[in-house]
Structure formats: structure tokens, C-alpha cells
Design a binder for this molecule. Structure first.
Ligand SMILES: [Zn+2]
Ligand SMILES: [Zn+2]
Ligand SMILES: [Zn+2]
Length: 784
């Protein structure tokens, strides 16, 4: 007889790990106990050597499907004389290293109950079990136990309690478990918050309203969706007008995979992801409207070759979609750049003017979580927005690091927390353009620090002095609460004099993020292309080739710089970028090129003003932005002189590119003028050839393809020059699939190893991961 003590670390709470241990131990005739603590799961079992060996082997081999076991440590002791096996109460205290699980989409067992008239949870919109349901959006404190969740206020009825306490039941210790007798209830409100109906009637009337062209705000797991019938052009137009989202594509929710196939091409891998517990929005290739079985309103995703599609991820959404039986627009419940609304009273105040009805319930949302968005590259998912289903699962990193808070970028903000050998990335927060978004940013930081009880030794931030995230970091490091309270963990670190500020160059963070996301340490050539990032020389970078790793980098090459009149104003006016490049190429004579669409779109006065700005440098920063080069070319081939959102013109340019075209324009790599300075990729000859093609009447789709092919050539030339066999593609421009796929193909054929982003986005949503690893490397090497 011996006693075995086992500590299991990882995402092992809320996944049925303790009942699994209970079943295994009792099956093997072992006595002892299992409990959850703040670090994971602890087990003690005693019995014969053979039974203990079997227990040890099967503990990992047969662990529950949703568990992510990071480590198992064992020790042997004298028997303690246990008589039976029991599940003990969770203990608090100690260093918190347990992972909080993301919310999981409704499992098949729960779906079967939902649709079974004989089941006591028939049509109950909040059923869940150990294998599915809310997690991250209801956790108030660790360890993960019912009183520490927003379900704490719902007392279990006798039936639910019996299941909750029965180790052999699927709902054993399922913290959010509920039934119609004891759990949350559904209600339908009018747009002033007055109740109209409850329970099934609320659901039925919400579905009727959607089919009648109304806009319904639906409270889900991590906040509200704004919903309307995806086939109804007028309803979609009204939703867009209310939300102030004129052109950006809207996501659709459909009832099942068959309904997705009626709209889009759904590969085997795509089907698996649609049906997965993460249930992200997938950007799927849309069927030709002529062959699509269901016609989506044209204003759902204008110009787009893809549709964002997701399946219901909660019982409520399953019931609603079954009742509507049509694609439903389901977009974040917010106005333009604000964070998603989570509380029903707040939602009525913020959204009441654009919504007809609110479908709400009384389970509080502890923290906002948007839907995740991704697409497939072959079999692999690439996330473009990392939120529900993925946050806050940590990203493992190779080097052990001190506790570091990274505050992310300005747009698509996500914050990160480096803890030991992993980085916890927050859910998507959004663009820090509004006071509401800044408030959400501050709440998420406070939340992460509190939940993980983290005491950071450093704050990593972008170099851009005007990013609100940078300003917050500076203020926090100074302990300055004049503009708002700071988290206690930050104040404590400031008072102890151990909080450092580490500025991380934007594109260096992109490179480091791509490396870390691939479990690689470098060095690599980072091809980091995006719209805007503050450079170490004070200019605006964006078409960068950085050779290095998390610790350091050399800027080996960049796009030829130009002055951008109006700076950020150009983001929404691609024609400004076009005029800027023409001025750089032709000087003032560019102003009379009325044959070119972007020039012709300006009045004479505007042209003169913009030229003067470029000549004097007034509000015209020097930039190497690849994003603006895309904008300029899009405007020059006749697309979008003005854009409804950043990247719109570039997306349209990509959509236009003829995949069969293999022609290229000259895109010379000009060697460094002196040792130690970067080489230049000169877009001048490229642009001249593009204009000549235009003058000869070569079509826009051919010119777009030739432009893309030239970029691939340019990247290949720098890769050969830089001498690193490993190339990392990062930054918002690498959301361009034409560019990514051709670059990958080319570089791989030339023997390079190409790293791309997968579960951490290539855009600024992935920046915080890189900020953490860069700060950790700097602290390790020179104690910055
Ligand atoms: Zn379930
Ligand atoms: Zn109940
Ligand atoms: Zn960026």
C-alpha cells in the first residue's frame, strides 16, 4: 500500500476533471480525495502499486476532452489510511496559476435535451453542463466555483442540486448549471426597457419581430448582439444607420451547417470549426448569388467575396435561430467604435434609439466578450479577432519571464499579461477612440491583474506617444491617478519602486508576436507591413523588414518613404496617399494629371493645399507605410477615393486581383547608401509601370494582380539579402490572402521557412503578445 500525490496544472477547472478523477479512482478501487485549488487540481490516492500505476497512466491519457493539462507532478508518501474517495471543497490562497477557461458552445448532449419534449430542460435557453456553457464571462473570482460566478445568486433547486452533487452526472459541479425552476429567465423588453413578455413567449415574439424586419438586441454570453433578418435590405440599412457602420461587412448567424452551405463554400475544416466549442465567426467564400439557395441582402457585406458566418453558440441562440430559420445579422451590440454593451439597463440607454426590442435575461455578464473572427488557410484557422472561445487561454512561451503587463496598440486593442512561461491575452477590446473604449481598456487591465492576482514588474507599451494606451502606461508608471483610479497591483508596484516602463517599437512587437505565436525564438526576418506604427526615428513606419528576435532587431530594409498630407486623415482617403506618391514621383506636375482618378477627384484648391503641405512638411509625416501604398494603388486603379473604414480600399484591390495573372512590375531593391542603414524597396518604377499599363488600357484586375506579384518579388529580394532562412509575416497587410499565399509559395520554393500568424491575429490585436516577450527579453539582457 502506498499513497500517491498528484498536482495537475493547466486549464483543468470547469471541464469535469474532478468527476473524471473520482470515476477513475473508484473504478480502480483507490481511496483518497481530489480538490480544486488556485493552481489547478490536487489529488491524493492510496492503494496497491498496480492500481496506482494504472491511475497514473490513465490520468493523462483519459483526461476530459476540454482539459488542457500543462504539467503533472507526482510524489510518493506513506499511506494515510483513507477509507473512501471523496471530492473535497475548493481551497483558496497561494499563487494563482490555474487557467480560466473560455466560454464553450452548447454541446451535443445539451442540444439533445434542449429539443427533447420529455426532458425537464426542454426549450430552456440557459441549459449547460460540464462540457459546455459560460466560463470566462461569468467568473468573478478564482478558484472556479459557483459562488465565485455570476450564477452565485441563483440557488440550485433540488433536482439540479442532485445532479450537481452526483459525481457520475454530466452536471457534477457544473457551476453555471440551471433549469427552468431555478435558473435565469428570458424576457422581452421594448426599447424603453418596459417588459413585454417572458420565457418562451419572449423568444417567440423576438423571432416574429426579426421576421417582420425589426431590430432586436439579444443578450448573449459576453454582451449584446444587434440582430435583424439578413435577407431584409431595409432592416440591414436601418441597423447600419443606427450603429453608424456604413460599409464594413456584418456577420451572420445561421441555424446549422446546412444553412451555412446555402450561402458559402464550407470545407471540412471549416465545418469542424463552425461546430467547435469555440464556434468563431468564419469568413467563408460566398457562393455566387446566382447559385446561392438563400439570398442575403446586398448591404450585409457589400463588395466582399466572403461572408462572416457563425452558428449559434448558446441554447438561446439555437432556439432563436430555429424559430427564425433564416440568416440573422448578429453584430456586436455597440455604436461604431464603442465596446459591446453587456448590461441590459446600459444597453437600453446606449442602444434604445436604434433597437426595436431587447431580448434579455437576468444572468449578469461579468466581462464583455465579442465573437471571435477567423478564416481558414487550408486546414488551419487564422484568427483576425481573438475573443469568445479563445480568450483568456494563455499562449505558452519558451522563456520564463517576470510578470509583465502589455497595454497593446491603439486600434484593435488587446492587453496581455506575461506570467511565468505563458502570456494571457485579454479578449478583444477595440479601437481606443472613445471614452467608453478607454474605460473598457482600464476595466480589462484591472480585471486581469485582479483575477490572476498579478503584481507586474513592468508595463510594456507602444512607442507612439499619442496612443491612449501609451499615455495610460506612462500615467500608471508614475502612479498618477489624476485622470482616474489605477489598479491596486499597479499602485503597489509603483510604491515599491519596482515598476519599469518598457517602450516597444510597433513592428518589433509584430515580429516578436509572430515568433511567440509559433513557439519560435528567432532570429527571423520579420516582414512587418501595416498601416501605421511609430518608428524609432520618429517617422511613421509601416513597410518594414526587421531582422532579429524578441531581444533586438536591425531594420534591414523598408519601403521608399514619402510624405503623407494630413497623416491619419489619409486613412479614410486613399486618394491622399495616391496624390502623395505622385507628388513624390513627379513633383508639382502631378497636380495636373486629370487623367488619374485620385487627382481628378480633388479641386484645384485642394490640390494646391495638399502639395503645399507635402512641400513644407506641415501635418505631413514621413512614412514608409505599406498600407498606404495599397490605398494609393487602389485609388489609382479607380477604387474608393474615399474609404468607409481602414483597409477597405486594400480589400477591394485584393478582391479585384486576377489570380491567373503572373506579370510583375519592376520593384527594385536599392542597397543601403552607407553601412548600417537600411536598403530601400523603391515603389517608383512599380508605380510608373502601373500608370503606363493604365494608359494602355490594361484592366484593373490585371494591374492589381501585377501589383501584388511585384510585392512578392520585393519581399523575396529582401529575404535573399537579409540572409535569414526564417521569415515571419506580420502586420495588418498580411490579412491579404493573395499576398500571403503568393509570398508563402515563393519563399517556400526558395527554401525559406515561413512563419505566419494562427491563433494570435496578424493585426494589432496580436501586438500585446510581442510587447510582453520583447519586454521580457530586454529585462533579461540589460535590465532596462
Ligand atoms: Zn453541455
Ligand atoms: Zn434547477
Ligand atoms: Zn500594426
Amino acid at each position: 500500500m502506498r499513497r500517491l500525490r498528484v498536482e495537475v496544472r493547466g486549464a483543468v477547472q470547469g471541464v469535469g476533471f474532478r468527476p473524471f478523477v473520482y470515476r477513475l479512482a473508484t473504478e480502480l478501487g483507490l481511496a483518497g480525495w481530489v480538490l480544486n485549488d488556485v493552481r489547478g487540481v490536487e489529488v491524493e490516492v492510496e492503494g496497491t502499486a498496480a492500481a496506482l500505476d494504472a491511475f497514473r497512466a490513465r490520468l493523462e491519457a483519459e483526461a476530459p476532452a476540454r482539459a488542457v493539462v500543462r504539467s503533472v507532478s507526482v510524489s510518493w508518501h506513506e499511506p494515510a489510511g483513507f477509507r473512501s474517495f471523496e471530492i473535497r471543497k475548493s481551497t483558496g490562497g497561494g499563487e494563482k496559476s490555474v487557467s480560466v477557461l473560455p466560454d464553450l458552445a452548447t454541446c451535443d448532449d445539451c442540444l439533445a435535451e434542449l429539443n427533447d419534449p420529455a426532458d425537464r430542460r426542454y426549450r430552456y435557453p440557459f441549459l449547460n453542463c460540464t462540457n459546455c456553457g459560460p466560463r470566462f464571462t461569468i467568473v468573478r473570482a478564482l478558484p472556479y466555483d459557483r459562488p465565485g460566478t455570476t450564477m452565485g445568486g441563483f440557488a440550485l433547486c433540488a433536482d439540479c442540486r442532485r445532479e450537481y452533487e452526483e459525481p457520475r452526472d454530466r452536471r457534477f459541479h457544473a457551476q453555471p448549471t440551471a433549469c427552468p425552476a431555478c435558473g435565469p429567465r428570458l424576457a422581452l423588453w421594448d426599447n424603453a426597457g418596459q417588459p413585454l413578455a417572458r420565457d418562451d413567449e419572449a423568444l417567440r415574439r423576438a423571432a416574429e419581430a426579426l421576421l417582420a424586419g425589426r431590430i432586436v438586441a439579444v443578450k448573449g454570453l459576453g454582451g449584446f448582439h444587434l440582430c435583424c433578418d439578413g435577407r431584409n435590405e431595409a432592416a440591414v440599412a436601418r441597423l447600419r444607420a443606427g450603429k453608424v457602420r456604413r460599409e464594413k461587412p456584418l456577420a451572420l448567424m445561421v441555424r446549422d451547417v446546412a444553412a451555412a452551405r446555402a450561402l458559402c463554400e464550407v470545407s471540412v475544416a471549416a465545418e469542424q470549426w463552425l461546430l467547435s466549442p469555440e464556434a468563431p465567426i468564419l469568413l467563408l467564400p460566398r457562393l455566387d448569388p446566382a447559385s446561392a439557395a438563400v439570398l442575403v441582402a446586398p448591404n450585409v457585406a457589400p463588395e466582399s467575396t466572403r461572408l462572416g458566418v457563425m452558428l449559434p453558440s448558446t441554447p438561446l441562440h439555437h432556439l432563436l435561430l430555429a424559430a427564425v430559420d433564416a440568416p440573422v445579422v448578429a453584430t456586436s451590440g455597440n455604436l461604431s467604435d464603442e465596446p459591446i454593451a453587456t448590461d441590459e439597463l446600459e444597453a437600453v440607454a446606449r442602444l434604445g434609439s436604434i433597437v426595436d426590442l431587447f431580448l434579455v435575461h437576468d444572468r449578469p455578464v461579468e466581462r464583455h466578450t465579442d465573437d471571435s473572427v477567423g478564416w481558414l488557410f487550408g486546414e488551419e484557422l487564422q484568427l483576425l479577432r481573438r475573443a469568445r472561445g479563445f480568450a483568456p487561454l494563455p499562449v505558452p512561451v519558451a522563456a520564463k519571464q517576470p510578470t509583465i503587463l502589455a497595454v497593446g496598440a491603439h486600434l484593435k486593442n488587446v492587453v496581455g499579461l506575461g506570467l511565468g512561461s505563458e502570456v494571457v491575452l485579454s479578449q478583444h477590446i477595440g479601437d481606443l477612440e472613445t471614452p467608453e473604449a478607454l474605460g473598457a481598456f482600464e476595466r480589462v487591465i484591472a480585471d486581469l491583474l485582479r483575477l490572476w492576482e498579478a503584481g507586474p514588474v513592468a508595463i510594456a507599451h507602444d512607442l507612439h506617444p499619442d496612443y491612449l494606451s501609451t499615455r495610460w502606461a506612462r500615467r500608471a508608471a508614475a502612479g498618477d491617478e489624476s485622470e482616474g483610479p489605477l489598479p491596486p497591483a499597479i499602485l503597489a508596484a509603483v510604491r515599491a519602486g519596482r515598476l519599469r516602463l518598457v517602450g516597444v517599437q510597433h513592428h518589433h512587437a509584430h515580429l516578436a508576436s509572430c515568433l511567440a505565436g509559433n513557439g519560435a525564438q528567432g532570429p527571423a526576418l520579420g516582414v512587418t507591413w501595416d498601416g501605421t506604427g511609430y518608428g524609432t526615428d520618429g517617422t511613421i513606419w509601416g513597410g518594414e523588414f526587421l531582422l532579429g528576435d524578441a531581444a533586438a532587431f536591425t531594420r534591414v530594409a523598408h519601403l521608399r518613404p514619402f510624405r503623407l498630407p494630413g497623416g491619419d486623415a489619409a486613412v479614410k482617403e486613399p486618394r491622399r496617399s495616391a496624390l502623395a506618391l505622385l507628388l513624390e514621383l513627379f513633383g508639382e506636375s502631378a497636380l495636373s494629371r486629370d487623367d488619374l482618378a485620385p487627382v481628378a477627384s480633388f479641386t484645384g484648391t485642394e490640390r494646391a493645399l495638399l502639395a503645399r503641405m507635402v512641400a513644407t512638411g506641415a501635418r505631413s509625416p514621413v512614412t514608409t507605410s505599406a498600407g498606404r501604398l495599397f490605398d494609393a494603388v487602389a485609388a489609382l486603379v479607380g477604387l474608393h477615393p474615399k474609404a468607409g473604414f481602414e483597409g477597405q480600399a486594400a480589400m477591394a484591390l485584393e478582391a479585384l486581383a486576377d489570380p491567373s495573372e503572373r506579370g510583375v512590375y519592376p520593384f527594385p531593391l536599392v542597397p543601403a547608401s552607407s553601412p548600417g542603414t537600411p536598403a530601400l524597396l523603391d515603389w517608383g518604377p512599380l508605380l510608373l509601370a502601373l500608370l503606363e499599363d493604365g494608359a494602355r488600357g490594361v484592366g484593373a484586375s490585371t494591374r492589381s494582380a501585377r501589383f501584388h506579384n511585384s510585392l512578392v518579388d520585393g519581399i523575396g529580394a529582401v529575404a535573399r539579402l537579409a540572409g535569414s532562412r526564417r521569415v515571419a509575416l506580420s502586420g495588418g497587410c498580411f490579412q491579404n490572402r493573395f499576398l500571403v499565399e503568393r509570398t508563402q509559395e515563393r519563399l517556400t520554393a526558395e527554401g525559406f521557412e515561413v512563419l505566419t500568424h494562427r491563433l494570435v491575429p496578424p493585426n494589432d490585436g496580436g501586438l500585446a503578445l510581442g510587447q510582453v516577450t520583447v519586454a521580457a527579453a530586454r529585462i533579461a539582457t540589460d535590465g532596462v
